[in-house]
Design a protein around this ligand. Structure first.
Ligand SMILES: *[C@@H]1O[C@H](CO)[C@@H](O)[C@H](O)[C@H]1NC(C)=O
Length: 637
């Protein structure tokens, strides 16, 4: 008898935990053969294949001095993204794939994908556990429902595919994992809730572990720096409710308020220390972002800057609610800037400000004064979800403190979506689970047959989750191959030249020259995108048999390269320019019918840039062809 009850206790405690189920669902959602074996796409080449730390070309300890792409942090070329822990997990994956007899080539990516999906599973589990700390219903059934809902929504939110299916985005997942561990450690061992806790436990779980996890999180991705801010916001809202209440407690020298002040001071100090260390690691130079990457953030005009940045927030909000237009690239002209007051989007931005201001006022004053415990509780959950789990993890991507190198990237709301999932779970709880924490036991949803409103709630939710799961599947498969990815991106966002280029380039690799020509035509001019784009377009023209047009374009591209050389700057470094020239020479050789001249051009291409593997390969290919022709001629003669 006793053993069976311990067994069932174990069951309730572990197997029936909502976090376990949310975790399983999140892994299943991404468990697709095609996607797990998907090839390396886009940036993966830079972060994995040509990253010397990952491939083992330099000792792994070099991770401490190199950025995410393997460039030494101290050099001006460095992007200054320092994520050594993420890089080390890539190193581990690389070793594993070598061990399995494969070497990270395009067809053997399964280990990388499995780790990403596994991390998403763990993060989903931790999100579900954290939800319990936010909702804290006294009624365990209501708790289970909201926890499970938050977890499943997080597991299946389509925006997450942009982080999970992108191998290089692993930093997002690792950062979230340690971010949440910091929060769970603090909230589970909060001294106000465990008054009899030993001092060393407080020291370890409240002051040390969160700090440690926050530091690790930061070294997985920069956004981890706000973990202690999230903790503080939660601590404040859950235990003091509003600034007004807190100040009056402080006046009365109440212990809880004094303790909160002490903790916050320590956390502020800890955060500053780690951020200062991180800042110091950047070295002398700062990252070199260009206008095109973030036209809103780098806009000269203050009005345009403020309104356009806030418009991007609105777009993120829309993605959270209705994630239909997901795309890996929103650079350049993808999103129109708001440059005058009559723009129809201005009222929406203003509405967002009013909303945010309202939330801030509520934190300050404790308004709206509500009568029932239930609405009081709902206000608190809402504010915690909004400030601690949407705003705080988003802070460093918001362009408020520092201007970042991207205008919008769907992957950066990976963790902030957690707050949205909580808010939705709260709304569902309020609307469809009316009587849960006040009414009699029998009146609860599910146990009450024929309750129309509640049933409709479940049907709507099921529908939403079904649509979400389908969309996750679609995005996950789109990520499995470069051409899929950029073609779908081009359908969604044809305004971006960067996406257009990638789509055209991938088409040309697949020898679909006619389609490639159509896609690339608007950006073929070397002054529109780059001489590299002109090179790709010139090769497409050659393959379509339009050599005359191709040669004309190549000449213009050479001029453009010269002009860049005169301009100088980090982005026009000599090795980049000679690479362009070398490629252009190859294209020129292809379009030259005189074999002697063509041979000379090929030779020059290799001489200009000996590290250009493409040129070397094309040159030897040409030699092979010529030898074969001569031999054939010899045979005939
Ligand atoms: C994948 O994620 C990385 C790192 O966050 C990012 O730099 C890259 O652009 C992403 N890939 C694509 C195709 O957007």
């Amino acid at each position: 008898m006793a053993s069976s009850s311990t067994k069932s206790l174990f069951l309730r405690k572990w197997i029936l935990r909502p976090s376990i189920w949310a975790c399983i669902i999140s892994i299943l959602a991404y468990w697709d053969h095609e996607a797990l074996h998907g090839s390396l796409v886009y940036d993966d080449a830079g972060s994995l294949k040509s990253n010397p730390v990952v491939t083992g070309a330099v000792p792994w300890t070099e991770v401490a001095t190199r950025d995410f792409w393997g460039t030494p942090m101290a050099t001006p070329q460095s992007h200054k993204s320092f994520r050594p822990i993420t890089t080390l997990t890539f190193r581990f994956n690389w070793l594993l794939s070598e061990h399995l007899g494969t070497n990270g080539t395009d067809t053997h990516t399964i280990g990388f994908h499995v780790v990403n999906v596994g991390l998403h599973g763990i993060v989903t589990g931790l999100v579900t556990e954290s939800a319990a700390m936010v909702f804290e219903f006294h009624d365990s059934e209501a708790n289970t429902l909201t926890q499970l809902l938050t977890g499943i929504l997080f597991a299946l939110h389509p925006v997450h595919a942009e982080a999970v299916s992108n191998i290089t985005s692993r930093g997002e997942l690792l950062m979230s994992l340690f971010f949440l561990l910091a929060f769970l450690s603090f909230s589970s061992f909060h001294p106000d809730r465990r008054p009899n806790q030993s001092r060393w436990k407080t020291l370890l779980f409240v002051y040390t572990l969160p700090w440690f996890c926050m530091t690790v999180s930061l070294f997985c991705k920069e956004q981890g720096a706000t973990a202690l801010i999230t903790i503080t916001i939660w601590d404040f809202l859950v235990h003091h409710s509003s600034l007004k209440e807190f100040l009056s407690k402080l006046q009365r020298k109440q212990q809880s308020a004094l303790n909160f002040t002490k903790r916050t001071t320590i956390f502020a100090f800890q955060t500053l220390l780690v951020v200062a260390l991180r800042y110091w690691l950047n070295g002398e130079s700062s990252p070199d972002f260009i206008f095109d990457q973030n036209p809103a953030g780098f806009s000269e005009d203050r009005f345009t800057r403020v309104f356009s940045i806030c418009w991007v927030y609105c777009l993120y909000l829309w993605d959270a609610v209705y994630p239909s237009t997901l795309c890996p690239d929103w650079s350049g002209k993808s999103i129109d800037l708001i440059s005058d007051i009559w723009d129809p989007r201005v009222p929406l931005v203003v509405a967002l400000w009013v909303f945010a201001l309202g939330c801030l006022l509520s934190v300050a004053t404790g308004l709206p004064l509500t009568v029932t415990r239930r609405t009081q509780h709902a206000r608190c959950v809402f504010l915690v979800a909004f400030f601690a789990f949407v705003a705080s993890p988003f802070l460093l991507s918001s362009n408020l403190l520092i201007v970042v190198g991207l205008m919008k990237a769907d992957r950066v709301i990976y963790l902030p979506l957690m707050g949205f999932c909580m808010i939705e779970a709260l709304l569902v709880q309020l609307i469809y689970h009316e009587v849960a924490d006040e009414g009699p036991l029998q009146a609860r949803a599910l146990t009450l047959p024929g309750n129309r409103l509640k049933l409709s709630g479940y049907i709507l939710l099921m529908f939403q989750l079904f649509v979400f799961a389908a969309k996750v599947y679609e995005r996950n498969v789109a990520w499995s191959h470069s051409l899929n990815l950029w073609r779908s991106a081009f359908e969604i966002n044809s305004k971006s030249q960067h996406t257009r280029y990638n789509c055209g380039y991938e088409l040309s690799l697949k020898k679909r020259y006619e389609e490639a020509e159509q896609v690339l035509r608007p950006i073929a001019d070397p002054y529109v995108e780059s001489p590299s784009t002109s090179f790709v377009y010139a090769m497409v023209l050659f393959n379509l048999g339009h050599c005359e047009d191709s040669l004309k374009l190549i000449d213009e591209a050479f001029y453009a390269v010269d002009e860049r050389r005169r301009q100088g700057g980090v982005r026009n470094s000599e090795d980049k320019l000679v690479r362009m020239e070398s490629n252009l020479l190859v294209a020129q050789a292809y379009c030259t019918s005189n074999t002697a001249v063509a041979g000379k051009l090929m030779y020059d291409a290799v001489q200009v840039d000996r590290t250009n593997a493409y040129a070397v390969e094309q040159a030897s290919e040409m030699v092979r062809r010529l030898t074969a022709t001569h031999e054939r001629r010899g045979l005939i003669a």
